[in-house]
Design a protein. Structure first.
Length: 181
């Protein structure tokens, strides 16, 4: 068996030496692979690459168009915002002017009403003063009348028979004068 074993070992060695290398392909595979690659490369270069390039250019143009449209929209939005801000400030200024006009008009109306009522107030004040003076004169006249009657009564009892009519009138008038002041 040893010869048989040696023989088998030699056959295995020979089979290993004759077996193709798994890393290096066979020559016919290299030729067919290269030929297939070249055909596929030519077909791709002639048909697929231009279509791919065209699609990429279209996509680039679409992206650039979108960017340009976004820039245009942004600039329009900024313009609209500036216009809105201007209108807002104009509206605020107008509101301020309207408020100021309303305030000045209200003040003018107040001044006009005060001016219109002043003569009436002065007239009523003068009427009140005249009424006070008239009441004062009436009260003074009533007081004089009462004092006169009291003085006459008192004087009549004091000097009942000693005074004549002229002296008596003079005495009453002096007394009224002294009470009136």
């Amino acid at each position: 068996m040893s010869t048989l074993g040696a023989l088998a070992a030699a056959a295995a060695e020979e089979a290993v030496a004759e077996a193709p290398n798994p890393i290096i392909p066979a020559i016919d595979e290299v030729i067919w692979g290269t030929l297939s690659f070249l055909i596929l490369f030519v077909v791709m270069a002639k048909y697929a690459y231009p279509a791919l390039k065209k699609a990429m250019e279209a996509r680039s143009e679409k992206i650039q168009g979108d960017l340009d449209a976004a820039d245009t929209a942004r600039s329009e939005a900024e313009g609209l915002r500036a216009e809105y801000d201007a209108k807002l400030s104009e509206a605020q200024a107008e509101a301020g002017r309207i408020l100021e006009a309303a305030r000045s008009e209200a003040e003018q109306v107040r001044q006009d009403r005060i001016a219109a009522i002043e003569p009436e107030i002065a007239e009523r004040r003068a009427q009140a003063e005249a009424d006070i003076e008239a009441a004062k004169a009436r009260a003074l006249a009533d007081v004089r009348t009462q004092v006169t009657s009291l003085a006459v009564g008192a004087a009549e009892q004091v000097v009942r028979s000693s005074l004549d009519e002229a002296a008596y009138a003079r005495l009453v008038d002096d007394y009224i004068e002294s009470v009136g002041n």
